[in-house]
Design a protein around this ligand. Structure first.
Ligand SMILES: Cc1ncc(C[n+]2csc(CCOP(=O)(O)OP(=O)(O)O)c2C)c(N)n1
Length: 555
């Protein structure tokens, strides 16, 4: 066995796990690792200037690449700064190995500077959390962490790295990576039972979730939807393009509001959830989102999601790509001539409904196309028409996103990444990570001005590492969504028009100046024409560009 230092062993282990980038922000406890990196050519260190940015960059990279992303943070305060974005990564199931430097164990008991019980701090937001207490265990724990992050359902893991472990040397057997094969094929009896219900349904509806994109099952789900003549909604709070946006059966993404979900699902007699979460809501309501009597068939790679909130007629644990063909074949075998004809008629009707909704949205956008200040819907339609087919969207539009999923083409499994955890500040840094994962595709981030300011220093990382993202700031100089929601309370704010802590305008924030100070090219747009001109230039630019779009502040 070769004698290795902990820090060299860590770098070798990560390289063997297929890791090429290390996202981090260093401090004293990480110095042994930073020193080892100075003598290493395999890992590229991507420096973020605050840990929230570092974490969201790794999240974006992990989601877009499907590979293990690795983060290195500084002790308890560094991990603390990253927690909001770790929460978002957990909600998105991003396979990220989060590491943090820990104080030397020889004096840990004395509670030194920056020390805390790091695994306990991280534990609620990760699949597994541990600390290396013996150098001999480093390979085992790194292997376990990588395997666990990537095993379905994927998600972040945490490993605390005491400085003495990184400094020490010992003969080490590094072992080898383990990968859990993800194509779990659903139980045949459950598939048959699900098919019997689907074949009998007279108005089935499908909700597609992230698992569809994760397992690259767009084609398989589209085939089943067409066979059934069933419309397809994206799950509330989309973090991926769960279904191809241009597909004629796509009806957009459900909202996080109970009454709106209930309205969308009214009239159907069977709900097929493929990896969809039922339901993440953002406001309490007395209105139950699930219409009375609507039976559920649910296919999901995560057993936790099956029957989480509602009794299900059939629950199938399985990978969508591996299981949907079995389900479609079983449905086909059960559809008699009359049911087949009914499904064909439904297909035509549902396509007409989806097309009419899309047309209405486009007409509404066209009617607002010349309005100044710019209306969000008109901006989204214009950007949708201008972007090349291979563009990738990173979305943190907050109150400006209505219609986005049908105005912008997000057709493949890597074409869209959205904030789904709700911890804002994710979009700018996530876009940097997405572009690092998909360097050959144009990456456009649509981010609210309020959200952008939580992690604005991610712009510097984009400039420093020459990551050519187009950052579009949806600038309404306010926390507009909070204004909308406090207005809905029908209290003082609604009566007086006074909004406490929700305006970002005194003084106005100069995003163009901010971007330039970080080394990012920037311009301001007050009309859709100006926005499109800046977008056109940004898409052909060498490095990152920020476009500050002045939006209508109306509620
Ligand atoms: C980390 C974090 N802090 C605060 C909030 C509460 N919050 C939700 S939306 C929002 C305002 C977002 O503003 P902006 O990005 O400008 O979008 P807009 O509402 O104007 O569309 C705030 C402060 C949050 N969700 N996450």
């Amino acid at each position: 066995m070769p004698v290795l230092s902990g820090r060299r062993a860590l770098l070798q282990l990560l390289a063997q796990e297929g890791v090429e980038l290390l996202f981090g922000n260093p401090g004293t406890t990480e110095l042994p690792l930073m020193d080892a990196l100075a003598g290493d050519e395999t890992l590229r260190y991507v420096l973020g200037l605050q840990e929230a940015s570092v974490m969201a960059m790794a999240d974006g990279y992990a989601r877009a690449s499907g590979r293990l992303a690795v983060v290195n943070l500084h002790a308890a305060p560094g991990l603390g700064n990253a927690m909001g974005m770790l929460y978002d990564a957990q909600k998105a199931g991003a396979p990220v190995l989060v590491t943090a430097g820990q104080q030397d164990q020889s004096y840990g008991a004395s509670e030194p500077f920056l020390w805390a019980d790091l695994p306990t701090l991280a534990r609620p937001f990760v699949k597994w959390s541990g600390e290396v207490r013996r150098l001999a265990d480093l390979p085992r724990l790194v292997r376990r962490a990588a395997k666990t992050a990537l095993a379905p359902p994927t998600g972040p893991v945490f490993l605390s790295l005491p400085a003495d472990i990184l400094q020490d040397e010992a003969p080490l057997d590094l072992g080898a990576p383990t990968r859990v094969a993800p194509r779990l094929r659903g139980d045949p009896a459950a598939v048959e039972a699900a098919a019997a219900l689907l074949a009998r349904a007279s108005r089935p509806v499908i909700i597609a979730g992230d698992a569809v994109a994760h397992s690259r099952a767009h084609d398989e789900l589209a085939a089943l939807a067409e066979l059934l003549g069933a419309p397809v909604y994206g799950e509330p709070v989309a973090s991926t393009a769960a279904f191809p946006a241009s597909h004629p059966l796509f009806r957009g993404v459900l909202t996080r509001l109970g009454p709106a979900i209930r309205e969308a699902l009214a009239g159907y007699d069977l709900l097929l959830s493929v990896g969809a979460d039922l339901f993440t809501l953002s406001l309490p309501s007395t209105v139950e989102p699930l219409p009375d009597g609507l039976a559920i068939v649910h296919l999901d790679p995560d057993p936790w999601e099956l029957g989480k909130n509602y009794a299900e007629a059939v629950s199938i644990l399985g990978d969508p790509k591996a299981t949907l063909p079995d389900l479609a074949a079983a449905v086909r075998a059960k559809l008699g001539a009359a049911a087949l004809a009914a499904a064909g008629a439904r297909l035509a009707t549902e396509k007409r409904i989806a097309a009419a909704e899309r047309q209405a949205l486009l007409a509404e956008a066209a009617a607002a196309a010349t309005a100044v200040p710019i209306r969000p819907l008109a901006l989204l339609a214009a950007i949708g028409a201008a972007l090349p087919a291979n563009a990738v969207l990173v979305e943190e539009t907050i109150s400006s996103g209505r219609g986005l999923h049908r105005l912008l083409r997000t057709d493949d499994a890597q074409s869209f990444f959205g904030l789904c955890g709700g911890g804002i500040g994710w979009g700018l840094p996530a876009a940097v990570g997405v572009k690092l994962a998909l360097p050959d595709r144009p990456v456009v981030a649509l981010v609210g001005d309020g959200s952008a300011l939580y992690t604005i220093q991610a712009l510097w990382t984009a400039a420093h590492h020459r990551v050519g993202v187009v950052f579009v700031i949806l600038n309404n100089a306010s926390y507009r969504v909070l204004k909308q929601r406090v207005t809905a309370l029908q209290g003082h704010a609604a009566q007086t028009g006074r909004y406490v802590g929700m305006d970002l305008d005194d003084p106005a924030i100069d995003f163009v100046g901010l971007a330039r100070s970080f080394g990012v090219a920037a311009g301001r747009a007050s009309t859709i024409g100006e926005a499109l001109e800046l977008l056109g230039r940004a898409l052909t630019a060498d490095g990152p560009t920020l476009i500050d779009v002045t939006l209508d502040r109306g509620l």
